[in-house]
Design a protein around this ligand. Structure first.
Ligand code: SF4
Length: 347
């Protein structure tokens, strides 16, 4: 009997990684999908906030959904604690359009995957990467860098573009048939959609949505502001907090986050520890969190901005509640109506 070939695949649940896994299955390779949770996954935010564009459609984890559709097991691996200091704050290959260290990110995930491959006796690793699809990480030199620096070298197979790349060990050893792999390149998804039709894969997320906060310019701006004022004294909770709300910097060490709706109120309630809270009792109101040690002026500004985003925004004055540790109180303020003042503080 011939040996069962076993491979690990990075599975985001997007179309490319789903197809790569399906192509491996079609070659009788036993697949285990790995999904890395970085702390910057949009999925974390969606899990807490739900599906806000379509509340009737509940949130789902696309990696688990893809694994269920393909009938392959998925392991979710939490790398938050290492990922932030080692990858996001210190990328050897730099950032993409936002704060996305895509090349270092791929290297980091594939190093972890290689360790699992070696520990558990898998034969090789594959990904859904497509040559030329992404400007930073999927050009030829970075694809080579990722293979090299992850320690996988030619044990890393990219089934969707394999015939445009040098022969890998799985092909050379006949574990997979190179002729049944693909030569897809570029940003168009046309060939992937044809392949999805061929395999009858109909349920997959739209690529435009992305799955990571780091390339997003709004998120990147908040992260740069955070790092400029707090240095590298950052926790995964701090990063989670950057994903929601309107952010305003009141002074060097004081900033406020104002929720945008009830879902974000609930989200922010998870992060009140060590932060001051501001809200309005008399009208529907956002929850505002204030970080740092606010002065009396900072607190008044936080109350005025919170009142502006409450339903009492057109009142002459609004009573605003605040709580800071054991202390709490109320300030009656004129809601902030000055857009120029607001924009000057907005991060
Ligand atoms: S977009 Fe985010 S998760 Fe994807 S490779 Fe870049 S940094 Fe990593």
């Amino acid at each position: 009997m011939s040996e069962q070939i076993r491979a690990l695949g990075l599975l985001s649940g997007g179309l490319d990684s789903t197809l790569a896994a399906r192509v491996m299955q079609a070659q009788n390779v036993e697949v285990l999908g790995l999904h890395f949770s970085t702390g910057f996954c949009l999925a974390d935010r969606h899990r807490i906030l739900g599906n806000r564009s379509n509340p009737d459609k509940p949130y789902r984890n696309e990696a688990l959904r893809a694994g269920a559709d393909l009938k392959i097991p998925i392991e979710i691996i939490d790398i938050k604690d290492e990922y932030l200091p080692e990858v996001v704050l210190n990328p050897k290959f730099g950032y993409g359009s936002g704060m996305n260290p895509c090349i270092d990110c791929r290297i980091f995930m594939l190093q972890k995957t290689r360790e699992i491959m070696e520990e558990r006796g898998y034969h090789f690793v594959f990904t859904g990467e497509v040559l030329g699809q992404r400007p930073m990480s999927q050009r030829r030199p970075p694809l080579d860098d990722v293979a090299e620096e992850s320690g996988l070298g030619r044990l890393l197979l990219r089934p969707l573009s394999a015939r445009l790349l040098p022969e890998s060990i799985p092909e050379e050893r006949g574990w997979v048939d190179r002729e049944k792999l693909f030569n897809i390149s570029g940003r168009s998804r046309k060939k992937q959609m044809e392949l999805a039709n061929h395999f009858k894969i109909i349920d997959y997320p739209q690529p435009a949505g992305g799955c990571c906060s780091l390339p997003d310019e709004n998120y990147a701006r908040k992260l740069r502001d955070f790092l400029a004022h707090r240095g590298t004294d950052v926790t995964p909770d701090d990063m989670m907090l950057l994903k929601v709300g309107r952010h305003f910097r009141l002074s060097g060490d004081v900033k406020m986050v104002v929720s945008r709706d009830q879902g974000e109120n609930t989200y922010l309630e998870r992060f009140t520890q060590g932060r001051s809270e501001v809200w309005v009792d008399d009208f529907p109101s956002p929850l505002t969190l204030v970080e740092g040690q606010p002065t009396a002026i900072d607190l008044e500004t936080a109350c005025r901005i919170t009142a502006r985003y409450s339903d009492g925004r057109h009142e002459r004055t609004v009573p605003v509640r605040w709580r800071s540790g054991e202390s709490e109180g109320q300030l009656t303020v004129v809601p902030c109506q000055n857009d120029t003042e607001l924009e000057a503080l907005r991060i």
